[in-house]
Design a protein around this ligand. Structure first.
Ligand code: ADP
Ligand code: TRP
Length: 345
């Protein structure tokens, strides 16, 4: 029985390489879950996957060392609690793979100041932290390209906000190939199971759910049942539509996105019908959403909490993941060094 299952999984396994990372900057939230982790879970059975905690990227905002460490363990635990299986994928910390900063250094020579300054996420950060516009922020997309190209990653499951970074990774890969050797790196593409990128807005209608902003209007995987209920009940709504089949405002359609993801199809359809018929009661809808969300989040929260009590086990997972990642990374870096001409012995 086991043998048959193994054979089957080998037959259906794709050789395409998948890479993605999540920064260790705080507690994971529903945006991370639906924008990234949900795709990871679907990919882990069929692709050769490398998933990591982007702790070097987190340094761009100067985190407290104690908090950084805690966040790395938490992000790891929350990924596993969400269903990621460290036996099936390489799950590691970015800083455990020294080949990544080496490739980052090489790619930095192919990245130009002008193009880096134009990146919208860089401009946002300059606005948010004018006192700390460090070179790491400017070269953030180069490090991200190194994360992906170090494994010759072809598919990258990320949310919509990362598309520009991926375009830059493709440019750096193409530049390297042109300069040093055709087809050494693939040009990585964004990967999603559904056409529409899932973007989860903040419940107050201001921007997206995020690890460090809009915290009172973001549902975290670590939120208690009561906190989830309170946040949902406070979500922005209005007096309801006055014309049948009206267009939904963003903040209402965000509630429907969540309802679709968490609740039974008939439930979300009945509220959609009520919206279209102008007799929707947002209070009832939010109560339903809150209960379905509690049922969704609480098992993940409890499992993650349990995992975080066992740092030894998490460390073992990190070590095993780093070994898998370094096996692939060292092969790439050796090839890159040769192509560049750094091979003297
Ligand atoms: P954050 O912005 O909360 O710090 P990260 O930048 O570490 O999160 O993002 C990790 C992954 O989660 C990325 O693939 C990103 O696109 C996705 N993601 C983050 N926030 C959202 C959101 N609100 N909706 C959809 N996807 C998101
Ligand atoms: N920049 C990504 C984010 O903020 C995180 C990340 C770092 C990443 N390296 C990556 C995502 C490589 C995909 C692949 O969400």
């Amino acid at each position: 029985m086991t043998i048959t299952t193994k054979r089957l999984s080998l037959q259906t396994m794709s050789t395409e390489i998948v890479v993605s990372g999540i920064r260790s900057t705080g507690h994971l939230h529903l945006g991370n879950y639906f924008g990234a982790i949900q795709n990871y879970l679907k990919m882990q059975d069929t692709y050769n996957c490398y998933f990591f905690v982007a702790d070097y990227h987190a340094l761009t905002t100067h985190p407290d060392p104690k908090l950084l460490r805690e966040n790395v363990f938490r992000v790891l635990a929350e990924n596993i609690a969400s269903g990621l299986d460290p036996e099936k994928v390489a799950l590691y910390a970015q800083s455990d793979v020294p080949e990544i900063p080496e490739l980052y250094l090489m790619l930095n020579m192919l990245a130009y100041k002008g193009e880096l300054e134009k990146v919208p996420t860089f401009k946002d950060k300059v606005r948010q932290q004018p006192e700390n516009v460090n070179a790491g922020l400017l070269t953030y997309p180069v490090l991200m390209a190194a994360d992906i190209l170090i494994h010759k990653g072809a598919k990258v499951p990320v949310g919509k906000d990362q598309e520009q970074h991926l375009e830059m990774a493709r440019n750096f890969a193409a530049r390297f190939n042109k300069r040093y050797g055709e087809d050494f790196f693939p040009e990585p593409q964004v990967f999603r199971f559904s056409q529409d990128a899932m973007k989860i807005m903040s419940l107050d209608g201001n921007g997206k759910m995020s690890k460090s902003e809009n915290v009172n209007a973001t549902i975290y995987l670590s939120d208690s049942d009561d906190v989830i209920r309170k946040k949902i009940m406070k979500a922005k709504t209005d007096g309801g539509p006055t014309e049948p089949n009206s267009e939904m405002p963003d903040y209402i359609s965000n509630l429907f996105v969540l309802l679709n993801a968490m609740s039974a199809t008939e439930t979300s359809q009945s509220y959609r019908d009520a919206f279209n018929n102008c007799n929707i009661r947002y209070g009832d809808m939010k109560k339903q959403l809150a209960e379905d969300m509690v049922a969704f989040v609480s098992p993940i929260r409890e499992k993650a909490f349990e995992l975080q009590q066992d740092h030894d086990m998490l460390r073992k997972i990190l070590k095993a993941g780093a070994e898998k990642a370094r096996a692939s990374a060292s092969e790439t870096i050796e090839g890159a060094r040769k192509l560049i001409g750094i091979n003297y012995y």
